[in-house]
Design a binder for this molecule. Sequence first.
Ligand code: AMP
Ligand code: MG
Length: 338
Amino acid sequence: MKTKQLKVKTDGLLTKKELNHAVETLSAGELVAFPTETVYGLGADATNSLAILKIYQAKGRPSDNPLIAHVGSFNQLKRLVKYVPTYVEELIHHFSPGPITYILKHNHVCSNKVTAGLDTIAVRIPSHPVALQLLKACEFPVAAPSANLSGKPSPTSAKHVLKDLAGKIPLIIDAGNTGVGLESTVLDCTGDLPVILRDGSITREMIEKVLNVTLKQSEQLTIKTPKSPGLKYKHYAPAIPLILIQGNKEKIRTEILAYQALGKKVGILLSDQTAMKLDLKSNFRLGQTIEEIASNLYDGLRSFENMDYDVIIAESFEKKELGIAVMDRLTRAATKII
Ligand code: AMP
Ligand code: MG
């Protein structure tokens, strides 16, 4: 299959003809990769089981790992679920459209292949203008996991999507680099208060402030049968080993030298500040702020596997605010943490 590319200018939208083509492709039960503000999604009509099976096939994704249904408005969201708790309305008011996903009891509108047979569904309204344009034009919800091969770092550019899925999907909408760079915050909203199942750029502090409550620490990342099925799988891992260094930054230099002494080609993934402090040349510029680091992280992980490096040495970041999500992804990507 040839993968057709539709290029959208930065801050631009699809033309009417392009939009029709994308909607028709989805309506015909085919897959369309599209940009969101977090990462690129691999979309299919969420009411069409055969279309959803194509997502699992193209990604090589385990079929017990449910997908997020994407919609363009609160009204479209309400059509998929039994009820919307008051606190979810409040969160939607503050954070949606945006990088946050709500897990709610569903009403069987979506295929049970989307929900992996659970009685709940994950729903998100993304804020990327092209994603919103596409979702508003669809009469159906669009199920969309990240548009990468299962287990690999999520795609933050169309180039990443093509590396993993060229020839396997008919259409990709290319709108340049995504902004946030990490997947959405996932909230279980089936109880009296939300529980964070996956950290993202909408942080615990931001949610607590809006709801004026203190949330339980999420135990989901460590328990054996996590409430979010996806958490039990290996994620975000580049094709080469990644060593994550905690604590004293001098340990980074020691590790690099040790691998180089073995004749290994070492990819170094550091913030600009640490690179300067250690007087080391980072082979990929992650940037300075935690927002830049989040935005560039997956491109960094992917860049090393393209350039025949043997190992990646990565720095740890402070586990606060967005740093919590960055460390969650790095920890899951790591082969070894020292
Ligand atoms: P991805 O598609 O890679 O962005 O991952 C979506 C995440 O949401 C995975 O970790 C899924 O396991 C999780 N998820 C999706 N639907 C549900 C649901 N109904 N209940 C719990 N977790 C879910
Ligand atoms: Mg994913």
